[in-house]
Design a binder for this molecule. Structure first.
Ligand code: FES
Length: 141
């Protein structure tokens, strides 16, 4: 009896749907840097002078694993700069594009959205405010 073509097509679709799960297996990547630093702020943390983040620009604070961007209207946004793919600390900001050193995922520092795979989840949003001329980011918004 000949195989039914519809069955094999379904198998292919199934395989594609399962692909994102494979990303979980890469979580071990995050253990390598071993700094013991918290992944994201758990309490409000002062990042730097408010003037460091220009309108339409972004600033990466690697020590705190936070990226801050400022919209054209002057409002601030902050995201955790821990890659949502396998937990690497992102160490490169090119304009307003964050580039993960581990597998090349890219994120928009203004929205947290993924610009390039393998990451599929946006960066975690943090609270942020300007206090006495300083940028202060807090735990997840
Ligand atoms: S951890 Fe894999 S791309 Fe960032």
């Amino acid at each position: 009896m000949p195989g039914r073509p519809s069955a094999s097509r379904r198998t292919v679709l199934r395989g594609a749907a399962l692909t994102p799960v494979a990303g979980l297996g890469l979580a071990a990547c995050s253990g390598g840097s071993g700094g013991g630093a918290p992944a994201t702020p758990t309490a409000p943390v002062v990042l730097g002078a408010e003037s460091e983040v220009a309108k339409g620009g972004a600033e990466l604070y690697q020590d705190q694993n936070v990226v801050v961007s400022r919209a054209e209207d002057g409002s601030l946004k902050a995201f955790s700069s821990i890659c949502t793919h396998a937990g690497c600390a992102i160490n490169k900001l090119d304009g307003t594009t964050l580039v993960c050193p581990c597998h090349g995922s890219e994120f928009d520092a203004r929205t947290g959205k993924v610009l390039r795979a393998p990451a599929t989840e946006p960066l975690n949003a943090l609270t942020v405010e300007a206090k006495n001329g300083k940028i202060v980011a807090g735990p997840e918004a």
